[in-house]
Design a protein around this ligand. Structure first.
Ligand code: BES
Ligand code: MN
Ligand code: ZN
Length: 492
């Protein structure tokens, strides 16, 4: 997997800046004061840069780049504006400004006594992500080895920072795991390849179980199996368990893992279909969170379940008009084979509740194009039958700077998924498309079970770079769920 850049923390030695080769960044803390011993020519250049129009316009978390600065050996010196009292999110943005400009070189960050140095480092690591598995022309160093950027932070208290940096590294690794899974093409990340990558997390102390088609059929998961029956890749459900809190009822995380969504017989138009390699994004987030929990040895019980299928057109594929019976026993008329995610989730949600009696269930899915129409790429759509659970998800998302917005459920939407022949149909027409999808999922939530559904179709693979991610997969949700688990499901 893509590894976060290596970051080490050492004590400040002001003269290191003069001899450092590669790149460097100065964190301008309180009132833009410069650290002591800068060569005079440099001090002048920096003062001029900060006094310029661009320098004065620098907001907290933004950086200005000086090329080949006088008196230094570095190629570029980044001047990063971050007042001493800056917020956690501004500190991560400041780090991201540095992470976006690593250029495969050794970056020296002069952070002094800034108390948000840990968050600067996290932002730097997250924005420094680069998925280069399929680029045959990578940048090599003079010995022909792939360039491994390195980062050295000069700070006041390196020991105490290194400790908190371990939790941040666990988080970054979880986010990177999710991003890699989402960025992988579907000819590589097949259902079985995905399951193998999850099985490999046994090394980290996770319990991982892969349920194959024969057992899925025995369990009665015919809605899930129907989605995968047109594919050469067999369907799988993978269960990952992290038991860090004795015999407490677990939090269950459920993810939609459609490794490719062609639409099936209700095939999608060609334009943009290549993006449907990201339709396993929900499963990717669940996997990334489980990885982070294991790496930081969280004191929480969490079970992650993912439904891995591929939705393809084929002689054996399900047809519009087919009626399938779910594990719960309810029958579903398949109006449109492209509304497949809810069929997969229906069975995995039911299984999660039956098997693990969870304290709460949260599912994540790239479920509807309609949520992009409603919220764009800024916010995920949050649905819940429990206000306290919804509020804590929204609070966690706000704290981590990931956009989330609550949308309604309600019995009045049920009439839109009424079927003439079966207990329900799988689409509700154009109106309120994200809500009818959520309403469909709620049919598979037992009475009294706290549950939330997060539609991440808009935030998983947005069309341009975000604050903390280059263009491509964001890993949206790993930070929010890790925060939620820390705040609500973890014993201190
Ligand atoms: N995977 C798609 C939703 C999607 C769209 C995700 C765009 C990411 C970006 C989902 O399976 C789907 O096809 N939904 C249909 C539902 C419709 C047929 C009721 C949609 O949104 O059009
Ligand atoms: Mn679809
Ligand atoms: Zn889909």
């Amino acid at each position: 997997m893509t590894q976060p850049v290596q970051i080490s923390f050492t004590e400040t030695a002001a003269d290191r800046l003069a001899t450092h080769e590669g790149r460097a960044a100065l964190i301008l803390g309180a009132d833009g004061k410069l650290p002591g011993r800068l060569p005079r020519a440099l001090r002048e250049a920096v003062t001029r840069a900060l006094g310029s129009k661009a320098g004065k316009a620098l907001k907290p978390g933004q950086a200005l780049e000086l090329a080949f600065p006088a008196g230094l050996r570095v190629e570029t010196l980044l001047l990063v504006n971050l007042p001493a009292g800056a917020s956690v999110l501004d500190a991560r943005r400041a780090g991201a400004a540095i992470g976006a400009r690593l250029g495969g070189q050794h970056m020296l960050v002069m952070a002094g006594a800034h108390k948000r140095a840990g968050d600067i480092a996290l932002g730097l690591a997250l924005r420094g992500y680069d998925f280069d598995a399929y680029r045959s022309k990578r940048d090599d160093d003079e010995n022909g080895a792939p360039l491994q950027p390195r980062v050295t932070f000069m700070v006041k208290d390196p020991e105490s920072l290194a400790k908190s940096a371990a939790d941040a590294a666990a988080l970054a690794e979880g986010v990177f795991f999710t991003r890699d899974l989402v960025n992988e093409p579907a000819n590589v990340l097949t259902t079985t390849d995905f399951a193998d990558r999850l099985l490999a997390m046994r090394e980290l102390g996770l319990e991982v179980e892969v349920i194959e088609e024969k057992k899925l059929a025995k369990l009665g998961m015919r809605a899930l199996l129907a989605v995968g029956q047109g594919s050469e890749s067999p369907s799988r459900v993978v269960v990952m368990r992290w038991n860090g809190a004795g015999d407490q009822a677990p939090l269950a995380l459920v993810g939609k893992g459609v490794v490719f969504d062609s639409g099936g017989i209700s095939i999608k138009p060609a334009a943009g279909m290549e993006e449907m390699t990201m339709d396993m994004g929900g499963a990717g987030v669940v996997a990334g969170v489980m990885r982070t929990l294991a790496l930081r040895r969280a004191k929480a019980n969490v079970v992650g379940l993912v439904g891995l299928v591929e939705n393809m057109p084929d002689g054996r594929a399900q047809r519009p008009g087919d009626i399938v019976k779910s594990m719960k026993g309810d029958t579903i008329e398949v109006i449109n084979t492209d509304a497949e995610g809810r069929l997969v989730l229906a069975d995995v949600l039911w299984y999660a509740q039956q098997e693990y009696k969870p304290a709460a269930v949260i599912d994540l899915a790239t479920l509807t194009g309609a949520v992009i129409i409603a919220l764009g790429h800024e916010n995920a759509g949050v649905f819940a039958n429990d206000d306290a659970l919804a509020d804590s998800i929204l609070a966690a998302a706000r704290a981590e700077g990931e956009g989330a917005w609550r949308l309604p459920l309600g019995p009045s939407y049920d009439s839109l998924i009424k079927s003439r022949l079966a207990d329900m149909k799988n689409t509700g027409g154009r109106a309120a498309g994200s809500i009818t999808a959520a309403q469909f999922l709620q049919r598979f939530i037992a009475e009294g079970q706290p549950w939330a559904h997060i539609d991440i179709a808009g935030v998983t693979l947005p069309p341009s770079a975000t604050d903390l991610a280059p263009k491509g997969a964001t890993g949206w949700g790993v930070m929010t769920l890790d925060r939620l688990i820390r705040d609500r499901f973890e014993s201190k």
